[in-house]
Design a protein around this ligand. Structure first.
Ligand code: 4GX
Length: 221
């Protein structure tokens, strides 16, 4: 899979995407990830990417020309162009699964008060938010999406982990888990987990997952 990111803050991407599973996926050639600096697509001396909104109002908007030039430079026939902004539909695991099947993703990170509407109209295939809170720009949302998508690419996870066996894949929260010691500071591991009775253990885990989901995330049931 190829992912291109268009951002005003390329420096923010150094680090998080050079560790662990994403690092391995990139090294293995599963993910071809490139970060592009929006100002590189300007032509004026000051590398201007923003301007004031017509009709007045506070703040600045990302002007359309550099974004159009960048997307026209980077996008292919099969590219999914996704804007990151609080006005997008809320990203979730189902969307991650869909995006992981796309050949080429182009993530366009928002900044200031947002995009000139013509970017949405003409360039965007989708607009995503990572949640209902306000960030300083779309770089972290882009990285969140890259992370969630990359781990779903075939071969990205080692044998010890599976993309299928966790919360949001089976639609429930995880059951409680324990490792050694069997007693720690007076807190005991539930007897059933030490019993060796695999049918009972499976039953207990299913019940715990259901109870925990009912208590914490009834919206998932
Ligand atoms: N999930 N932000 C984008 C600028 C902006 C404002 C309006 C487009 C329209 C965010 C989020 C997020 C802050 C990134 C505002 N862009 N993005 N930025 N939550 O809060 O994606």
């Amino acid at each position: 899979m190829k992912i291109d990111v268009l951002t005003l803050f390329p420096g923010m991407f150094a680090g998080p995407l050079d560790e662990s599973i994403i690092k391995r996926a990139r090294a293995a050639g599963l993910l071809d990830l490139k970060i592009h600096y929006l100002r590189d697509y300007t032509h004026d001396r000051h590398k201007t990417v923003d301007d004031r909104p017509f009709g007045g109002g506070p703040g600045m908007l990302l002007k359309p020309e550099p974004i159009f030039e960048a997307v026209e430079d980077l996008a292919r026939e099969d590219t999914r162009v996704v804007l990151l902004s609080p006005a997008g539909r809320t990203f979730n695991q189902a969307i991650a699964v869909k995006l992981a099947q796309v050949e080429h993703l182009l993530l366009v990170s928002g900044h200031y008060e947002g995009f000139d509407e013509r970017v949405r109209e003409r360039l965007a295939d989708d607009e995503l938010s990572i949640g209902d809170y306000v960030l300083t720009n779309g770089a972290l949302p882009a990285m969140v999406i890259i992370d969630a998508v990359t781990r779903l690419l075939p071969g990205a996870l080692g044998d010890e982990t599976s993309a299928h066996e966790e919360s949001f894949s089976h639609g429930l929260l995880e059951y409680p888990q324990y490792t050694r010691p069997a007693e720690f500071r007076g807190m005991k591991v539930p007897d059933v987990l030490l019993s060796g009775n695999h049918a009972e253990i499976a039953k207990w885990r299913a019940e715990q997952a259901r109870r925990r989901t009912q208590e914490r995330r009834p919206d998932l049931l």
